[in-house]
Ligand binder design. Structure first.
Ligand code: NAD
Ligand code: IPM
Ligand code: MN
Length: 358
């Protein structure tokens, strides 16, 4: 994967506001890379291309990414003209599954207390990360219709949980906590109702946690977890959960940390080509207006640099976003008036000037 210090990045803006936020993330990424050698290669995959010629994820894409790239930066997939969401399933879920990106890391960190919707909460209260299992669960696409369209229709959707899959994400969460000297890991499931699939989560969690005696290992059912996140998010440092629950919990966490437009994520297989993207989608309701918040995409580029081991550069990106928030250089989502490119410019310039002191 590593070709000296050089990093090869594939860029897939995708649909809707993906096409507005990714150019800003690229701007910032270039400013932060400084003297480091990065190459950027654009891919026009998304709804336009799909509607034009049917392309979703080309047959050789997975092999190409493994061979020719170190990381992928993606905007969002989803377009009202493609109600089946076929291209998103093929491209986004396809890459997560076929590249075996089993860790979906979604930090929920409040950078500035004025942006949380919670009363009397500050930065120290919202500082956790959700690890979402990213390669199985209800997302595997197993199921089908029987007697479709009739009054007797049956639709099934299988929830696939493997011991190997559950164990590796739970272990990753504990390792992450141990490496950062964090003291709390919370596993969330719905084992009171899903008595087979999530019973496996229970048993694996109880087994793995014995290897981390210094870490307080808690469990919460997903319904209560979401309540507790809103009631008192300071309880949480590391949350680990299944694919669907992680999807939901990370939107809630993004809301607590200021907004969906601020939230980054990494789809990671340690040591292999990995994919970084904002948590949000293509936001058709605001697409084309250049008012989207690019900070989630920008912070996703920061997570990519962190993944490369470029810690100082990643920190520079984070600090420049913090500066933009502090100085009110924010979009409509955060009750500001700056347009998407103006925010990207501010953050890139802050980095170039070296003025992003913490
Ligand atoms: P969404 O995340 O696109 O939008 C939800 C709400 O948040 C909307 O009100 C939107 O305007 C707002 N929002 C999102 N990102 C924002 C930003 N950067 N700045 C300001 N406001 C922002 O979710 P949705 O509306 O449920 O889905 C729209 C489409 O996106 C669907 O096709 C969905 O499947 C897809 N989607 C894709 C991804 C992805 O590619 N990773 C993630 C989520 C949704
Ligand atoms: C996300 C999105 C996707 C998901 C959709 C677009 C399939 O909501 O990345 O959070 O559910 O994983
Ligand atoms: Mn989601």
């Amino acid at each position: 994967m590593n070709t000296g210090g050089k990093k090869r990045i594939a860029v897939i803006p995708g649909d809707g506001i993906g096409k507005e936020v990714i150019p800003e993330a690229v701007k910032v990424l270039k400013a932060a890379a400084g003297g480091r050698h990065v190459t950027l290669t654009d891919f026009d995959w998304g709804a336009d291309r799909y509607l034009r010629d049917g392309t979703t994820l080309p047959a050789d894409a997975v092999e190409m990414f493994r061979r020719d790239f170190d990381a992928i930066l993606l905007g969002a997939m989803g377009d009202p003209r493609v109600p089946s969401n076929q291209h998103a399933a093929d491209i986004l879920l396809g890459l997560r599954f076929k590249l075996d990106l089993y860790v979906n890391a979604r930090p929920c960190v409040l950078f500035d207390k004025k942006y949380t919707p919670l009363k009397d909460r500050s930065e120290k209260d919202v500082n956790f990360i959700v690890f979402r299992e990213n390669t199985e669960g209800l997302y595997v696409g197993m199921g089908g219709f029987f007697r479709k369209g009739t009054a007797e229709e049956i639709a099934t959707q299988e929830d696939v949980n493997t011991r190997r899959g559950v164990e590796r994400i739970i272990r990753y969460a504990f390792e992450y906590a141990r490496q950062r000297k964090l003291t709390r890991v919370c596993m969330s499931d719905k084992s009171n109702a899903l008595t087979y699939g999530h019973d496996l989560w229970q048993r694996v969690f109880k087994q793995v946690r014995t290897e981390y005696p210094e870490i307080e290992a808690r469990h919460q059912y997903i319904d209560n977890l979401l309540l507790q996140m809103v009631r008192d998010p300071s309880q949480f440092q590391v949350i680990v959960t299944c694919n669907l629950f992680g999807d939901i919990a990370s939107d809630v966490g993004a809301g607590l940390a200021g907004g969906l437009g601020l939230a980054p994520s990494g789809n990671i297989h340690p040591g292999q080509v990995s994919l970084f993207e904002p948590v949000h989608g293509s936001a058709p309701n605001i697409a084309g207006k250049n008012i989207a918040n690019p900070m989630g995409a920008i912070l996703a580029a920061g997570m990519m640099f962190e993944y490369f081991g470029w810690t100082a550069e990643a920190k520079a990106i984070e600090n420049a976003v913090r500066a933009a928030l502090r100085e009110g250089k924010v979009p409509a989502e955060l009750a500001g008036s700056l347009r998407t490119p103006e925010i990207g410019d501010f953050i890139a310039n802050t980095i170039s000037r070296g003025g992003a002191a913490a």
